[in-house]
Design a protein around this ligand. Sequence first.
Ligand SMILES: Nc1ncnc2c1ncn2[C@@H]1O[C@H](COP(=O)(O)OP(=O)(O)OP(=O)(O)O)[C@@H](O)[C@H]1O
Ligand SMILES: [Mg+2]
Length: 396
Amino acid sequence: MTDKGKNSPISRYKKIISISNDLASTLDLDILLKRIVKAAAELTEAEAASILLYDERLERLYFQVASQYDDPLLRGLEVPVKDSIAGWIVKNRQPIIIHDAKQDERHYEQVGQSLGISIESLLGVPLIAKDKASGALEAINKREGLFSSTDQEALMTLGAQAAVAIENSRLFQQFDLISEFVHELRTPLASLRTATHLLTHPEITNEKREQLASNIQRETIRLAEMSTDFLSVARLESGRSQFQVDDFDLSDLLNECFQLIIDQAEESGLFCNIEITDDLPNLKGDRDKLKQALLNLLSNAIKYSHEGGKVLLKAEALPRQILISVSDTGIGIPQKYVHRLFSKFFRVPGSERLAQGTGLGLSIAKRIIEGHGGDIEVESEVDVGTTFTIRLPVTP
Ligand SMILES: Nc1ncnc2c1ncn2[C@@H]1O[C@H](COP(=O)(O)OP(=O)(O)OP(=O)(O)O)[C@@H](O)[C@H]1O
Ligand SMILES: [Mg+2]
């Protein structure tokens, strides 16, 4: 064997070192997983590679990403631990080479089918960090010949690096989220403490008592809403949230969202309109999650507007995509903050005086839209208004 070939031991070794450096440079789980599968396919000269993550507590395995065949809607798809090769790898903490997956009774067909890959051969290794099996990394379909023990060694080495990077990214995300959560809890908890303390004073008037009770009610509702949002973010970030994909009528969903906000808008003295073309195709996706995303845009348009303003919900079909926009004639967003809008917990300074919020709505919406292969953009001018535009792909 020479050391000069493209996949000689030395060039593989170099490749692994450069990949590990690359992996260590990001804490973003999405980016990380994509880099890992791309590297795994290259390193083993396979057609594709995929990653599944294991939740030890729930004993569940979730498909994450595959190189080449990325379908965001499959992210988080649950794969049976007992009846899958990945499950076998995680449980036995051992690598495996399979030359003919179709003949293997552990082979779980659904993921390959949904991705449109026919899985012939497979090399899989466990992802183990700090003695915790966190998932499986699989190279699929060797381009030429058979997966070898050298391929296996290379993938094991990559897997070990990948597992550490994944674990770090998860810990970082959890820590980030928990510390923000605790921070956000303080304000409503402080109001509750004050209100309940005042209620114990015997001399307070009935009027005051009612006011305190309604404060308590408002703050508890807010706490409940915040908890739901935090859970949404945590699930979307961890890759454990599976989209419930359905075929549904988009104009129906848009009308429903519009009906849900119209009262609130009119109460705030706003004029609302909906303009949707009648050629909107059916959409394939998670209706409830898309509804959550749209409702946040609409409620933002209402929250950050002045009396007499206008809110418009628009949708049109373009070739192979749908354009949905929510515009308002509200306060607008200073240009220097625009790039931070979709970050967790970000609120434009001063927003708290206008409306309550946690600053999570847009980051959740972005994850949902991107999870459907789409994107979301914003255009805004201070004191003129804001337009959020969503683009969603439509597969014929
Ligand atoms: N239509 C809009 N006009 C002006 N500013 C907006 C608009 N939409 C969002 N913003 C700004 O972006 C910030 C983030 O919005 P986001 O929806 O993520 O959070 P939020 O509305 O503050 O809280 P919540 O978590 O309840 O949605 C808002 O706090 C506000 O400062
Ligand atoms: Mg919001």
